[in-house]
Design a protein around this ligand. Structure first.
Ligand code: PEP
Ligand code: MG
Length: 883
């Protein structure tokens, strides 16, 4: 097996585009080299090597040594420099590169190849002693942190002390001699902490770095990132070794990051930031505030430092030419890193740029309109999950607001919540149900969990491409970054700005689209769903086969669902109407009644209420199917707890409190999820389902008479395990229909069907389909009962299961296609055999999950049903599944 692939200097071993083998970065470097872009030469060690490295117990095969030596020889040949030779030393970078970019998650080592001798050579060749010693001390610091895993605090402290001794505040004030002295101190720190001198053999340095990059694939933060982003641990990372080029060789050198289009709004304009006389990390780390790329962007921001277009017009022209080449070649918006070394442009990397949902939409639609991609490709380009960002509220322009600061609009959307100053607290308070805004000076990969828990992120430092900005956009969290006026005291848990003080727990609002920071909560408005969103949805609907319905029971949910394009209600959970505060007493009276007569008294009170609910739903869903599920939850859940609740029920029912309490004790269950629930309620107390069926048909007749358009009710029986259960319940429903139609002198078409949410029902689907006219897979319960994992308690241990690879993803979020999926396939097949035109759908949470939707498409279901806000996601995912 070949593990090393070279690129640059007219060579591209990889044949462009093999991301799985070369990783995203390696594949792109190779791709850029193959179209003749100026890429510093280098080589990639494949992801297969990473996998083998772990399989072999973290050792490298002998053959790799030879291949790497060949790679180094290639770089030496192209650059004319030599690795470890002082006369003209070759320095390399060693970087990770997984198939999918994991920003800031994995390790990088720069300036590798420097030692006590080559540093002198570098100083001579560059004519810049200060730069050479600065590079060497950066290298020692990075290598010690990443490869030797020493405490980096000691290095930072030594640097602070060196500056203090001289009375300096900026690193740039230190001279060559100062850096040289610091190198000595750094080497002493290494000797002290590591017990050995800093490695002087450049080949030892290289192998140490390669091992560290492979090692970083299994770091805790990389694991967390993979879990949050559904990246399998088995993919591994590649390692890219590449000649260093320097952006810090004076005022004709620079380094920058750029996007070929605006990654925030999607506009067709070059977009980026650069720093003169700096190394790449300086831009991303957000330590110096970068300058704009274009004159237009600089002027729009009212910034003074010259843009690249103005300061380096020739190199900028070359960069613009490269941008256009890249877009035509990759047919997507690119995110690039570049360095200018003494006026010469070098491309360090390119990849499809991360973008906000808004930009993703606009870019996909624009590129299709520009003819760069097809409409179907545009549909395939937009991540359905990312649409979530667009479907969320923005600040009401008319709402009063108390703006206390302004920063960069780093990730769109608005959020209000309590200010917290560290990620652990953010996670803790979010766990208690608080909306949280995470406030940090800047964020680092250690903050991922806090950012994930937060509704929004606010930072004092960093640009549009800082860690906070990139990660927040990826997660769909609103983010305001670089609010320089914010004086954050994380220890005291407060910040001060403009003479105001905000403490932990105070409510603030951020607007990631304008960069504004406000005190207090600000009213929001619903998103606008026309424009690019509407266009893309239209294109998606053209290719989609699966219908998309909504899980909805309130008029508001139904309206939202329709506005998002739902083609009916797939699950109306009637118990949500039972929990209504105004009705709960009658519900409790019904449950606690000693006999049928007592139950009927209470049910008579509930009938008009239920009918009223259904009238509203049928009106909103005019002409569309509405699946109404009869009462499902365990009686246990409705039991009164507090003394006054018992008193209310006693009064309504005209019985004594003590008798009620006795009855409640009788109804208490140890395992309610497997207890007296679902159709078991209808089997034991048919009058409950009779009342509900009556309410449905009375409402349907009423709406048909009023509007002329008859609703299409689909009456659904939950938790069926046997054919006989469904048969009994269907009789109750049909009898109620007959009675209502006779009374009203009008009939309505309707269906009676069942949920499939027990393994037995899936197995016996052939028999059940003799009675049921449709199946709706209740994959929440079906997952719970198939896996034998309680859906209410699973959170405590399922993350461990995902970490250990037992399940690829949380099976309550994304369908366990192998296990639960097999039951669904089997039930669909057996059901269709009995009743060829049986209607099949899914209404568990999985109905809004793109991966599960792909499974539903493959299984040939008729529709998926998702919560209203996920309806557009489901429409797009269904289209992608059909492509
Ligand atoms: C299900 O079990 O998948 C379902 C949709 O019903 P519920 O979540 O109400 O139990
Ligand atoms: Mg269920």
């Amino acid at each position: 097996t070949q593990y090393v692939y070279r690129f640059g200097g007219g060579v591209s071993d990889g044949g462009k585009g093999n991301k799985n083998l070369l990783g995203g970065k390696g594949a792109n470097l190779d791709g850029m080299a193959s179209i003749g872009l100026p890429v510093p030469p280098g080589f990639t060690i494949t992801t297969e090597m990473c996998t083998r490295y772990y399989e072999d117990g973290q050792v490298f095969p002998e053959s790799l040594k030879t291949e790497v030596a060949g790679g180094i020889a290639h770089i030496e040949k192209v650059t004319g420099k030599q690795f470890g030779v002082a006369a003209d030393p070759l320095l390399v970078s060693v970087r990770s590169g997984a198939r999918i970019s994991m920003p800031g998650m994995m390790d990088t080592v720069l300036n590798l190849g420097l030692n006590d001798e080559t540093v002198v050579g570098l100083a001579a060749i560059s004519g810049d002693e200060r730069f050479a010693w600065d590079s060497y001390r950066r290298f020692i610091q990075m290598y010690s942190d990443v490869v030797l895993e020493l405490d980096h605090g000691a290095f930072e402290e030594a640097l602070e002390i060196a500056k203090e001794d001289k009375g300096f505040t900026l690193d740039t004030e230190l001279s060559a001699a100062d850096w040289q002295a610091l190198v000595k101190k750094y080497k002493a720190i290494v000797q002290e902490q590591w017990g050995k001198p800093f490695p002087q053999d450049v080949h030892d340095q290289l192998w140490g770095a390669v091992g560290a990059v492979f090692g970083s694939w299994q770091s805790e933060r990389a694991k967390v990132y993979r879990r949050l982003n559904d990246i399998p641990g088995g993919w591994g990372t590649a390692v890219n070794v590449q000649a260093m080029v320097f952006g810090n060789m004076g005022d004709t050198s620079a380094t920058g990051v750029a996007f070929t289009r605006d990654p925030s709004k999607g506009d067709r304009a070059y977009y980026g930031e650069f720093l003169i006389n700096a190394q790449g990390e300086d831009v991303v780390a957000g330590i110096r505030t970068p300058q704009y790329l274009t004159k237009a962007a600089r002027e729009a921001a009212g910034a003074k430092p010259l843009s690249m277009e103005e300061a380096m017009p020739e190199v900028y022209g070359e960069l613009a030419r490269v941008f256009d080449l890249l877009e035509t070649h990759y047919r997507d918006m690119q995110d690039i890193e570049f360095t200018v070394e003494r006026g010469h442009l070098w491309m360090l990397q390119t990849r499809s740029g991360k973008r906000t949902a808004k930009a993703a939409l606009k870019i996909a639609v624009d590129m299709a309109n520009e003819g760069l991609i097809t409409q179907q490709e545009a549909v395939a380009r937009v991540d359905p999950a990312a649409l979530d960002q667009l479907l969320h509220p923005t600040l009401d322009p008319a709402a009063p607001r108390d703006v206390i600061a302004k920063g960069l609009p780093a990730s769109p959307g608005a959020a209000s919540g309590v200010a917290v100053f560290d990620s652990d607290t953010a996670e803790h308070r979010a766990g208690l149900g608080d909306s949280v805004i995470l406030v940090r000076v800047e964020t680092s990969p250690e903050d991922i969990h806090g950012m994930h828990a937060a509704k929004g992120i606010l930072t004092a430092r960093g640009g549009m491409t800082s860690h906070a900005a990139v990660v927040a956009r990826g997660m769909g969290r609103p983010c305001v970054s670089g609010v320089g006026s914010l004086a954050i005291d994380a220890k005291a848990k407060l910040f001060r700005v403009a003479g105001r003080e905000v403490k932990e727990g105070d409510i603030i609002t951020i607007d990631g689209s304008t960069g504004e920071v406000m005190v207090g909560k600000v009213a929001t408005v619903e998103p606008e769903l026309a424009g690019d969103f509407g266009v893309l949805m239209e294109w998606a609907d053209k290719v989609r086969r699966l219908k998309v319905r909504a899980n909805a029971e309130t008029p508001l949910d139904c309206k939202v669902a329709r506005s998002f394009g739902a083609e009916g209600v797939g699950l109306c959970r009637t118990e949500h109407m039972f929990f209504d505060a105004a009705r709960i007493t009658a519900v409790r009276q019904m449950i606690l009644a000693e006999d049928e007569k007592g139950r009927r008294v209470a049910l008579d009170k509930l009938l008009p209420e239920q009918r009223g609910d259904f009238v509203q739903i049928f009106e909103i869903m005019a002409g569309l199917p509405v699946t109404i599920r009869l009462l499902d939850p365990p009686l246990h859940e409705f039991l009164p707890h507090a003394e006054e609740e018992f008193a209310e029920v006693a009064e309504a029912a005209g019985v004594g409190i003590e008798a009620l309490k006795r009855r409640a004790a009788e109804l208490h269950e140890f395992n309610p999820m497997l207890g007296h629930r679902g159709c078991r309620l209808g089997v034991t107390y048919p009058e409950i389902y009779e009342m509900q069926a009556r309410a449905i048909f009375e409402a349907a007749v009423e709406v048909a008479e009023k509007s002329g358009a008859a609703p299409i009710p689909e009456v659904m029986v939950p938790l069926v395990a046997t054919r006989r259960e469904l048969e009994l319940m269907k009789d109750v429903i049909d009898n109620a229909a007959k009675a209502v139609f006779a009374e009203k002198g009008r009939t309505i078409d309707y269906l009676v069907g069942t949920m499939i949410e027990l393994p037995r029902a899936a197995l016996k689907a052939g028999e059940i389909a003799e009675v049921g006219e449709f199946f709706s897979f209740g994959t929440n319960d079906l997952t719970q009962t198939t896996l034998g994992v309680s859906r209410d308690d699973a959170g405590r241990f399922l993350t461990t299961y995902v970490d250990k690879g037992i399940y690829a993803r949380d099976p309550f979020v994304s369908l366990d296609v192998d296990g639960v999926g097999e039951l669904i396939e089997l039930a669909a097949e057996r059901g269709r055999k009995t009743r060829p035109n049986i209607k099949l759908g899914i209404c568990g949470e999985h109905g809004g999950d793109p991966a599960s939707i792909a499974f539903c498409e493959a299984t040939g279901l008729d529709y998926v049903s998702a919560s209203p806000y996920r309806v557009p996601i489901a429409r797009l995912a269904a289209a992608q599944a059909a492509l």
